[in-house]
Design a protein around this ligand. Structure first.
Ligand code: NAD
Ligand code: HSO
Ligand code: ZN
Length: 426
Protein backbone atom coordinates (compact mmCIF):
# COMPACT_ATOMS: atom_id res chain seq x y z
CA UNK A 1 0.00 0.00 0.00
CA UNK A 2 1.22 3.47 -0.78
CA UNK A 3 2.37 5.42 2.28
CA UNK A 4 1.93 9.16 2.02
CA UNK A 5 2.75 11.94 4.49
CA UNK A 6 -0.21 14.28 5.01
CA UNK A 7 0.46 17.95 4.32
CA UNK A 8 -1.53 21.03 3.34
CA UNK A 9 -1.67 19.99 -0.30
CA UNK A 10 -3.25 16.59 0.42
CA UNK A 11 -6.70 16.39 -1.16
CA UNK A 12 -9.46 13.85 -0.70
CA UNK A 13 -11.96 12.52 -3.22
CA UNK A 14 -15.36 14.23 -3.12
CA UNK A 15 -17.21 12.93 -6.13
CA UNK A 16 -20.19 10.73 -6.57
CA UNK A 17 -20.08 9.34 -10.07
CA UNK A 18 -23.18 7.79 -11.54
CA UNK A 19 -23.57 7.01 -15.10
CA UNK A 20 -22.24 6.91 -18.55
CA UNK A 21 -24.18 8.16 -21.54
CA UNK A 22 -24.57 4.70 -23.06
CA UNK A 23 -26.13 3.13 -19.97
CA UNK A 24 -28.27 6.23 -19.48
CA UNK A 25 -29.88 5.71 -22.90
CA UNK A 26 -30.45 2.00 -22.24
CA UNK A 27 -32.12 2.77 -18.92
CA UNK A 28 -34.37 5.45 -20.43
CA UNK A 29 -35.60 3.04 -23.07
CA UNK A 30 -36.18 0.24 -20.51
CA UNK A 31 -38.26 2.59 -18.34
CA UNK A 32 -40.37 3.67 -21.33
CA UNK A 33 -40.94 0.04 -22.38
CA UNK A 34 -42.10 -0.93 -18.89
CA UNK A 35 -44.43 2.07 -18.69
CA UNK A 36 -45.91 1.22 -22.10
CA UNK A 37 -46.04 -2.58 -21.92
CA UNK A 38 -46.06 -3.51 -18.20
CA UNK A 39 -45.57 -7.20 -17.39
CA UNK A 40 -44.87 -8.09 -21.05
CA UNK A 41 -41.78 -5.88 -20.94
CA UNK A 42 -40.68 -7.42 -17.63
CA UNK A 43 -40.91 -10.94 -19.05
CA UNK A 44 -39.03 -9.89 -22.19
CA UNK A 45 -36.15 -8.20 -20.33
CA UNK A 46 -35.90 -11.12 -17.93
CA UNK A 47 -35.52 -13.42 -20.94
CA UNK A 48 -33.01 -11.18 -22.74
CA UNK A 49 -30.91 -9.95 -19.80
CA UNK A 50 -31.16 -12.71 -17.19
CA UNK A 51 -31.64 -15.69 -19.52
CA UNK A 52 -34.76 -16.99 -17.76
CA UNK A 53 -38.17 -17.73 -19.33
CA UNK A 54 -40.77 -16.96 -16.66
CA UNK A 55 -44.53 -17.37 -16.74
CA UNK A 56 -45.08 -15.60 -13.45
CA UNK A 57 -43.18 -12.92 -11.57
CA UNK A 58 -44.38 -13.41 -8.02
CA UNK A 59 -42.63 -15.98 -5.83
CA UNK A 60 -44.98 -18.78 -4.75
CA UNK A 61 -45.16 -20.17 -1.16
CA UNK A 62 -43.88 -23.52 -2.49
CA UNK A 63 -40.69 -21.81 -3.70
CA UNK A 64 -40.14 -20.46 -0.18
CA UNK A 65 -40.64 -23.92 1.31
CA UNK A 66 -38.19 -25.42 -1.15
CA UNK A 67 -35.56 -22.79 -0.34
CA UNK A 68 -35.44 -24.01 3.28
CA UNK A 69 -34.20 -27.41 2.02
CA UNK A 70 -31.00 -25.72 0.86
CA UNK A 71 -30.14 -23.76 4.01
CA UNK A 72 -28.41 -25.31 7.03
CA UNK A 73 -30.13 -24.96 10.44
CA UNK A 74 -27.17 -22.98 11.89
CA UNK A 75 -27.54 -20.43 9.06
CA UNK A 76 -31.24 -20.00 9.83
CA UNK A 77 -30.32 -19.57 13.51
CA UNK A 78 -27.80 -16.84 12.64
CA UNK A 79 -30.32 -15.09 10.35
CA UNK A 80 -32.93 -15.08 13.14
CA UNK A 81 -30.50 -13.75 15.75
CA UNK A 82 -29.31 -10.99 13.40
CA UNK A 83 -32.93 -10.00 12.60
CA UNK A 84 -33.67 -9.79 16.33
CA UNK A 85 -30.69 -7.50 17.04
CA UNK A 86 -31.23 -5.26 14.02
CA UNK A 87 -34.93 -4.88 14.88
CA UNK A 88 -34.10 -4.05 18.50
CA UNK A 89 -31.68 -1.29 17.42
CA UNK A 90 -34.09 0.24 14.92
CA UNK A 91 -36.95 0.26 17.40
CA UNK A 92 -34.97 2.88 19.33
CA UNK A 93 -35.06 5.16 16.29
CA UNK A 94 -38.84 5.53 16.23
CA UNK A 95 -39.98 9.16 16.46
CA UNK A 96 -43.40 9.90 17.93
CA UNK A 97 -45.96 12.40 16.74
CA UNK A 98 -46.19 15.38 19.11
CA UNK A 99 -48.56 18.21 19.88
CA UNK A 100 -47.93 21.24 22.06
CA UNK A 101 -50.77 23.32 23.50
CA UNK A 102 -49.95 26.95 24.07
CA UNK A 103 -51.81 28.93 26.72
CA UNK A 104 -53.04 31.44 24.14
CA UNK A 105 -55.23 28.91 22.25
CA UNK A 106 -52.62 27.74 19.78
CA UNK A 107 -51.99 24.04 19.26
CA UNK A 108 -49.00 23.07 17.15
CA UNK A 109 -47.54 19.70 16.38
CA UNK A 110 -46.00 17.16 14.08
CA UNK A 111 -47.75 14.01 12.86
CA UNK A 112 -45.51 11.11 11.89
CA UNK A 113 -47.00 8.74 9.29
CA UNK A 114 -45.35 5.65 7.78
CA UNK A 115 -45.09 5.42 3.99
CA UNK A 116 -47.91 3.32 2.50
CA UNK A 117 -45.85 1.12 0.21
CA UNK A 118 -42.11 0.61 -0.29
CA UNK A 119 -40.04 -1.37 -2.82
CA UNK A 120 -36.72 -2.96 -1.87
CA UNK A 121 -34.21 -3.85 -4.58
CA UNK A 122 -32.00 -6.86 -3.82
CA UNK A 123 -29.09 -7.20 -6.26
CA UNK A 124 -28.50 -10.44 -8.11
CA UNK A 125 -25.58 -12.83 -8.15
CA UNK A 126 -22.95 -12.74 -5.45
CA UNK A 127 -24.10 -9.32 -4.22
CA UNK A 128 -27.49 -10.72 -3.11
CA UNK A 129 -26.52 -10.24 0.51
CA UNK A 130 -29.08 -11.55 3.02
CA UNK A 131 -27.71 -8.97 5.49
CA UNK A 132 -28.64 -6.11 3.11
CA UNK A 133 -32.19 -7.50 2.84
CA UNK A 134 -32.47 -7.24 6.63
CA UNK A 135 -30.98 -3.73 6.66
CA UNK A 136 -33.56 -2.45 4.13
CA UNK A 137 -36.67 -4.33 5.27
CA UNK A 138 -36.38 -3.98 9.06
CA UNK A 139 -36.39 -0.16 9.31
CA UNK A 140 -39.40 -0.10 6.94
CA UNK A 141 -41.26 -2.61 9.11
CA UNK A 142 -40.36 -0.81 12.33
CA UNK A 143 -41.59 2.46 10.79
CA UNK A 144 -44.95 0.75 10.19
CA UNK A 145 -44.90 0.62 6.36
CA UNK A 146 -48.00 -1.34 5.36
CA UNK A 147 -46.83 -2.97 2.12
CA UNK A 148 -43.31 -4.00 1.23
CA UNK A 149 -42.48 -5.40 -2.22
CA UNK A 150 -39.08 -6.98 -2.79
CA UNK A 151 -37.57 -7.41 -6.28
CA UNK A 152 -34.46 -9.31 -7.31
CA UNK A 153 -33.13 -10.63 -10.64
CA UNK A 154 -33.85 -14.27 -11.25
CA UNK A 155 -31.16 -16.87 -11.89
CA UNK A 156 -31.03 -18.74 -15.19
CA UNK A 157 -32.86 -21.68 -13.53
CA UNK A 158 -35.87 -19.41 -12.93
CA UNK A 159 -35.28 -19.24 -9.16
CA UNK A 160 -34.04 -16.71 -6.63
CA UNK A 161 -31.11 -17.76 -4.41
CA UNK A 162 -32.27 -19.82 -1.41
CA UNK A 163 -30.54 -17.40 1.02
CA UNK A 164 -32.54 -14.48 -0.38
CA UNK A 165 -35.86 -16.33 -0.14
CA UNK A 166 -35.26 -17.67 3.37
CA UNK A 167 -34.15 -14.28 4.69
CA UNK A 168 -37.18 -12.55 3.14
CA UNK A 169 -39.48 -15.20 4.58
CA UNK A 170 -37.92 -14.93 8.04
CA UNK A 171 -38.59 -11.18 7.83
CA UNK A 172 -42.21 -11.83 6.90
CA UNK A 173 -42.05 -10.26 3.42
CA UNK A 174 -45.23 -11.20 1.55
CA UNK A 175 -44.49 -9.86 -1.94
CA UNK A 176 -41.32 -11.06 -3.68
CA UNK A 177 -40.91 -10.58 -7.44
CA UNK A 178 -38.38 -12.26 -9.73
CA UNK A 179 -37.32 -9.23 -11.71
CA UNK A 180 -34.19 -7.08 -11.55
CA UNK A 181 -32.31 -4.25 -13.21
CA UNK A 182 -33.82 -0.99 -14.49
CA UNK A 183 -37.01 -2.84 -15.44
CA UNK A 184 -37.67 -3.76 -11.80
CA UNK A 185 -37.13 -0.16 -10.69
CA UNK A 186 -39.50 1.08 -13.43
CA UNK A 187 -42.13 -1.49 -12.40
CA UNK A 188 -41.92 -0.36 -8.76
CA UNK A 189 -42.18 3.30 -9.73
CA UNK A 190 -44.97 3.12 -12.31
CA UNK A 191 -46.63 -0.23 -11.57
CA UNK A 192 -47.53 -3.07 -13.94
CA UNK A 193 -50.39 -5.61 -14.03
CA UNK A 194 -48.60 -7.68 -11.35
CA UNK A 195 -46.59 -5.13 -9.37
CA UNK A 196 -48.45 -2.25 -7.70
CA UNK A 197 -46.53 1.04 -7.65
CA UNK A 198 -44.66 2.04 -4.49
CA UNK A 199 -43.88 5.37 -2.83
CA UNK A 200 -40.18 4.79 -2.24
CA UNK A 201 -37.45 2.49 -3.60
CA UNK A 202 -34.43 1.49 -1.51
CA UNK A 203 -31.53 -0.92 -1.95
CA UNK A 204 -28.25 -1.12 -3.86
CA UNK A 205 -27.60 -2.34 -7.37
CA UNK A 206 -25.38 -2.00 -10.43
CA UNK A 207 -25.14 0.97 -12.81
CA UNK A 208 -28.50 0.19 -14.51
CA UNK A 209 -30.28 0.03 -11.17
CA UNK A 210 -28.60 3.22 -9.90
CA UNK A 211 -29.44 5.17 -13.07
CA UNK A 212 -33.03 3.91 -13.04
CA UNK A 213 -33.44 4.95 -9.41
CA UNK A 214 -32.13 8.39 -10.25
CA UNK A 215 -34.49 8.60 -13.26
CA UNK A 216 -37.65 7.75 -11.28
CA UNK A 217 -36.76 10.01 -8.34
CA UNK A 218 -39.61 12.50 -8.06
CA UNK A 219 -42.23 9.97 -9.14
CA UNK A 220 -41.13 8.05 -6.05
CA UNK A 221 -38.58 8.77 -3.34
CA UNK A 222 -35.30 6.85 -3.26
CA UNK A 223 -32.84 6.15 -0.45
CA UNK A 224 -29.51 7.10 -2.01
CA UNK A 225 -27.23 6.23 -4.90
CA UNK A 226 -24.65 4.14 -3.06
CA UNK A 227 -21.08 4.19 -4.33
CA UNK A 228 -18.35 1.61 -3.68
CA UNK A 229 -17.79 0.75 -0.02
CA UNK A 230 -14.99 2.43 1.94
CA UNK A 231 -13.25 2.08 5.29
CA UNK A 232 -10.83 4.32 7.16
CA UNK A 233 -8.92 3.09 10.20
CA UNK A 234 -7.63 5.78 12.56
CA UNK A 235 -4.88 4.12 14.59
CA UNK A 236 -1.93 4.94 16.83
CA UNK A 237 1.09 2.91 17.92
CA UNK A 238 -1.10 0.77 20.24
CA UNK A 239 -2.91 -0.87 17.28
CA UNK A 240 -2.01 -4.43 16.22
CA UNK A 241 -0.86 -4.24 12.55
CA UNK A 242 -2.34 -7.61 11.54
CA UNK A 243 -5.76 -6.60 12.90
CA UNK A 244 -5.71 -3.26 11.09
CA UNK A 245 -4.69 -4.96 7.83
CA UNK A 246 -7.49 -7.55 8.19
CA UNK A 247 -10.07 -4.81 8.69
CA UNK A 248 -8.86 -2.85 5.66
CA UNK A 249 -9.11 -5.97 3.50
CA UNK A 250 -12.57 -6.80 4.84
CA UNK A 251 -14.09 -3.81 3.06
CA UNK A 252 -11.70 -3.87 0.10
CA UNK A 253 -13.17 -7.32 -0.62
CA UNK A 254 -16.51 -5.77 -1.67
CA UNK A 255 -15.33 -4.71 -5.12
CA UNK A 256 -12.38 -3.46 -7.13
CA UNK A 257 -13.34 0.16 -6.50
CA UNK A 258 -13.72 -0.14 -2.72
CA UNK A 259 -11.39 2.16 -0.78
CA UNK A 260 -9.35 1.20 2.30
CA UNK A 261 -7.37 3.88 4.17
CA UNK A 262 -5.19 3.89 7.28
CA UNK A 263 -4.56 7.22 9.00
CA UNK A 264 -1.86 7.07 11.67
CA UNK A 265 0.77 9.16 13.43
CA UNK A 266 2.98 6.07 13.80
CA UNK A 267 5.41 5.46 10.94
CA UNK A 268 6.21 2.05 12.37
CA UNK A 269 2.54 1.02 12.30
CA UNK A 270 2.25 2.31 8.71
CA UNK A 271 5.17 0.11 7.58
CA UNK A 272 3.89 -2.96 9.43
CA UNK A 273 0.30 -2.63 8.19
CA UNK A 274 1.53 -2.25 4.60
CA UNK A 275 3.47 -5.53 4.89
CA UNK A 276 0.55 -7.29 6.59
CA UNK A 277 -1.88 -6.25 3.84
CA UNK A 278 0.32 -7.87 1.17
CA UNK A 279 0.73 -11.00 3.29
CA UNK A 280 -2.94 -11.44 4.14
CA UNK A 281 -4.13 -10.54 0.63
CA UNK A 282 -2.11 -13.37 -0.87
CA UNK A 283 -3.76 -15.88 1.46
CA UNK A 284 -7.35 -15.00 0.46
CA UNK A 285 -9.31 -17.20 -1.98
CA UNK A 286 -8.47 -16.46 -5.63
CA UNK A 287 -11.63 -14.52 -6.55
CA UNK A 288 -11.38 -12.43 -3.36
CA UNK A 289 -7.78 -11.42 -4.19
CA UNK A 290 -8.89 -9.76 -7.43
CA UNK A 291 -11.64 -7.82 -5.69
CA UNK A 292 -9.72 -6.96 -2.52
CA UNK A 293 -6.53 -5.85 -4.20
CA UNK A 294 -6.14 -2.21 -3.12
CA UNK A 295 -3.31 -1.27 -5.43
CA UNK A 296 -4.98 1.97 -6.47
CA UNK A 297 -7.69 2.31 -3.82
CA UNK A 298 -5.64 1.64 -0.68
CA UNK A 299 -3.70 4.40 1.06
CA UNK A 300 -1.80 4.98 4.27
CA UNK A 301 -1.64 8.59 5.45
CA UNK A 302 1.05 9.36 8.02
CA UNK A 303 0.36 12.43 10.15
CA UNK A 304 2.44 14.38 12.67
CA UNK A 305 0.07 13.70 15.60
CA UNK A 306 -3.39 12.46 16.63
CA UNK A 307 -4.94 15.88 16.05
CA UNK A 308 -3.80 15.90 12.41
CA UNK A 309 -5.08 12.29 12.07
CA UNK A 310 -8.53 13.36 13.24
CA UNK A 311 -8.52 16.34 10.90
CA UNK A 312 -7.60 13.99 8.02
CA UNK A 313 -10.44 11.60 8.92
CA UNK A 314 -12.92 14.48 8.94
CA UNK A 315 -11.79 15.48 5.46
CA UNK A 316 -12.21 11.92 4.18
CA UNK A 317 -15.70 11.61 5.76
CA UNK A 318 -15.55 7.79 5.59
CA UNK A 319 -18.44 5.37 5.28
CA UNK A 320 -16.91 3.20 8.02
CA UNK A 321 -14.45 4.60 10.58
CA UNK A 322 -12.56 2.39 13.03
CA UNK A 323 -10.81 4.19 15.90
CA UNK A 324 -8.01 2.05 17.31
CA UNK A 325 -6.12 4.46 19.56
CA UNK A 326 -5.37 4.55 23.28
CA UNK A 327 -8.64 6.15 24.45
CA UNK A 328 -11.06 5.84 21.51
CA UNK A 329 -14.06 7.15 23.45
CA UNK A 330 -12.19 10.43 24.10
CA UNK A 331 -11.85 11.01 20.35
CA UNK A 332 -15.51 10.35 19.49
CA UNK A 333 -16.61 13.96 20.06
CA UNK A 334 -13.99 15.24 17.60
CA UNK A 335 -15.26 13.11 14.70
CA UNK A 336 -17.58 15.23 12.59
CA UNK A 337 -18.07 13.13 9.47
CA UNK A 338 -18.45 9.31 9.34
CA UNK A 339 -21.28 6.92 8.44
CA UNK A 340 -20.56 4.45 11.25
CA UNK A 341 -17.91 4.69 13.96
CA UNK A 342 -16.36 1.51 15.40
CA UNK A 343 -14.60 2.15 18.72
CA UNK A 344 -11.67 0.18 20.11
CA UNK A 345 -9.45 -2.72 19.07
CA UNK A 346 -12.15 -5.42 19.15
CA UNK A 347 -14.90 -3.63 17.24
CA UNK A 348 -14.03 -4.89 13.78
CA UNK A 349 -16.22 -3.57 10.95
CA UNK A 350 -17.98 -6.87 10.01
CA UNK A 351 -19.72 -6.74 13.42
CA UNK A 352 -21.67 -3.80 11.99
CA UNK A 353 -22.22 -5.44 8.61
CA UNK A 354 -24.05 -8.39 10.08
CA UNK A 355 -25.00 -8.49 13.66
CA UNK A 356 -24.69 -5.60 16.12
CA UNK A 357 -27.91 -3.87 15.06
CA UNK A 358 -27.05 -0.50 13.41
CA UNK A 359 -27.79 -0.25 9.71
CA UNK A 360 -25.01 -1.10 7.25
CA UNK A 361 -26.49 1.03 4.45
CA UNK A 362 -24.27 4.06 4.97
CA UNK A 363 -23.25 7.22 3.10
CA UNK A 364 -20.27 6.50 0.80
CA UNK A 365 -17.73 8.62 -1.10
CA UNK A 366 -17.49 11.44 1.42
CA UNK A 367 -21.27 12.00 1.56
CA UNK A 368 -21.18 11.41 5.35
CA UNK A 369 -20.55 15.20 5.34
CA UNK A 370 -24.28 15.64 4.83
CA UNK A 371 -26.10 12.31 5.04
CA UNK A 372 -26.85 9.55 7.52
CA UNK A 373 -27.26 5.77 7.68
CA UNK A 374 -30.53 4.29 6.39
CA UNK A 375 -32.97 4.41 9.30
CA UNK A 376 -36.60 4.28 10.38
CA UNK A 377 -36.78 7.98 9.49
CA UNK A 378 -36.35 7.07 5.81
CA UNK A 379 -39.68 5.23 5.88
CA UNK A 380 -41.90 7.87 7.49
CA UNK A 381 -42.97 11.34 6.54
CA UNK A 382 -44.03 14.17 8.77
CA UNK A 383 -47.01 16.52 8.59
CA UNK A 384 -47.16 19.77 10.53
CA UNK A 385 -50.36 20.26 12.55
CA UNK A 386 -51.82 23.70 13.43
CA UNK A 387 -54.95 24.71 15.35
CA UNK A 388 -55.91 28.31 16.41
CA UNK A 389 -58.78 29.58 18.52
CA UNK A 390 -60.50 32.81 17.44
CA UNK A 391 -58.73 34.65 20.29
CA UNK A 392 -55.36 33.39 19.15
CA UNK A 393 -56.06 34.54 15.61
CA UNK A 394 -57.18 37.97 16.88
CA UNK A 395 -53.97 38.32 18.86
CA UNK A 396 -51.73 37.59 15.86
CA UNK A 397 -53.85 38.96 12.99
CA UNK A 398 -51.99 42.26 12.68
CA UNK A 399 -48.61 40.61 12.29
CA UNK A 400 -49.92 38.01 9.83
CA UNK A 401 -51.75 40.49 7.59
CA UNK A 402 -48.76 42.84 7.69
CA UNK A 403 -46.46 40.07 6.45
CA UNK A 404 -49.00 39.05 3.77
CA UNK A 405 -49.19 42.63 2.44
CA UNK A 406 -45.40 42.93 2.57
CA UNK A 407 -45.43 40.13 -0.01
CA UNK A 408 -48.24 41.77 -1.99
CA UNK A 409 -50.61 38.90 -1.20
CA UNK A 410 -53.91 40.65 -0.44
CA UNK A 411 -56.08 37.49 -0.51
CA UNK A 412 -53.88 35.98 2.19
CA UNK A 413 -54.48 39.02 4.44
CA UNK A 414 -58.26 38.95 3.81
CA UNK A 415 -58.54 35.25 4.70
CA UNK A 416 -57.38 36.30 8.16
CA UNK A 417 -59.46 39.48 8.40
CA UNK A 418 -62.74 37.84 7.32
CA UNK A 419 -62.60 35.83 10.58
CA UNK A 420 -62.12 38.80 12.87
CA UNK A 421 -65.57 40.41 12.63
CA UNK A 422 -68.82 39.49 14.30
CA UNK A 423 -69.67 35.97 13.07
CA UNK A 424 -73.45 36.67 12.81
CA UNK A 425 -72.75 39.39 10.21
CA UNK A 426 -70.44 37.18 8.12
N1 NAD B 1 -23.36 -0.48 -1.59
C1 NAD B 1 -23.81 -1.64 -1.12
O1 NAD B 1 -24.10 -1.74 0.05
C2 NAD B 1 -23.97 -2.79 -2.05
C3 NAD B 1 -24.40 -3.99 -1.54
C4 NAD B 1 -24.60 -5.03 -2.41
C5 NAD B 1 -24.37 -4.86 -3.77
N2 NAD B 1 -23.91 -3.66 -4.24
C6 NAD B 1 -23.68 -3.45 -5.68
O2 NAD B 1 -24.72 -4.06 -6.38
C7 NAD B 1 -24.25 -4.41 -7.66
C8 NAD B 1 -24.72 -5.80 -7.99
O3 NAD B 1 -24.59 -5.92 -9.36
P1 NAD B 1 -25.19 -7.13 -10.19
O4 NAD B 1 -25.00 -6.78 -11.60
O5 NAD B 1 -24.61 -8.40 -9.69
O6 NAD B 1 -26.72 -7.22 -9.80
P2 NAD B 1 -27.89 -6.18 -10.04
O7 NAD B 1 -29.10 -6.84 -9.48
O8 NAD B 1 -27.57 -4.84 -9.51
O9 NAD B 1 -28.04 -6.06 -11.62
C9 NAD B 1 -28.42 -7.15 -12.40
C10 NAD B 1 -29.36 -6.65 -13.49
O10 NAD B 1 -28.71 -5.68 -14.28
C11 NAD B 1 -29.33 -5.65 -15.53
N3 NAD B 1 -28.32 -5.60 -16.59
C12 NAD B 1 -27.17 -6.26 -16.67
N4 NAD B 1 -26.55 -6.00 -17.85
C13 NAD B 1 -27.37 -5.16 -18.53
C14 NAD B 1 -27.30 -4.54 -19.82
N5 NAD B 1 -26.26 -4.72 -20.61
N6 NAD B 1 -28.32 -3.73 -20.18
C15 NAD B 1 -29.37 -3.53 -19.37
N7 NAD B 1 -29.47 -4.09 -18.15
C16 NAD B 1 -28.50 -4.90 -17.74
C17 NAD B 1 -30.15 -6.89 -15.67
O11 NAD B 1 -31.48 -6.56 -15.65
C18 NAD B 1 -29.81 -7.71 -14.46
O12 NAD B 1 -30.94 -8.37 -13.95
C19 NAD B 1 -22.75 -4.27 -7.65
O13 NAD B 1 -22.44 -3.10 -8.38
C20 NAD B 1 -22.44 -4.10 -6.17
O14 NAD B 1 -21.31 -3.28 -5.97
C21 NAD B 1 -23.73 -2.64 -3.41
N1 HSO C 1 -20.02 -3.34 4.21
C1 HSO C 1 -21.13 -3.21 3.27
C2 HSO C 1 -21.54 -1.75 3.20
O1 HSO C 1 -21.73 -1.18 4.44
C3 HSO C 1 -22.32 -4.07 3.67
C4 HSO C 1 -22.10 -5.54 3.67
C5 HSO C 1 -22.99 -6.51 3.33
N2 HSO C 1 -22.38 -7.69 3.53
C6 HSO C 1 -21.19 -7.48 3.97
N3 HSO C 1 -20.99 -6.17 4.06
ZN1 ZN D 1 -19.02 -5.31 4.25
Amino acid sequence: MKIQRVDQSTTFKRTVEVGKEKEQKIVESIIKEVRDNGDDALFRYTRELDGAELTQLKVEPTELEEAYQHIEPNVIEAIREAIHRIRDFHQRQVTQSWMTTKADGVMLGQKVTPLDRVGVYVPGGKAAYPSSIMMNIIPAQVAGVGDIAMVSPVQKDGKLPAGVLVTANELGVKEIYKVGGAQAVAALAYGTETIAPVDKITGPGNIYVALAKRAVYGVVDIDMIAGPSDITVLADETAIPSHVAADLLSQAEHDELATAILVTDSEELAEEVSKQVELQLSSLPKEAIARASIEGQGKIYVTKDLEESIDTVNQIAPEHLEIIVQNPMEQLGKIRHAGAIFLGPHTTEPIGDYFAGPNHVLPTEGTARFSSPLSVDDFVKKSSVLSYSKEALLAQADAITTLARLEGLEAHARAVEIRLGDEEND
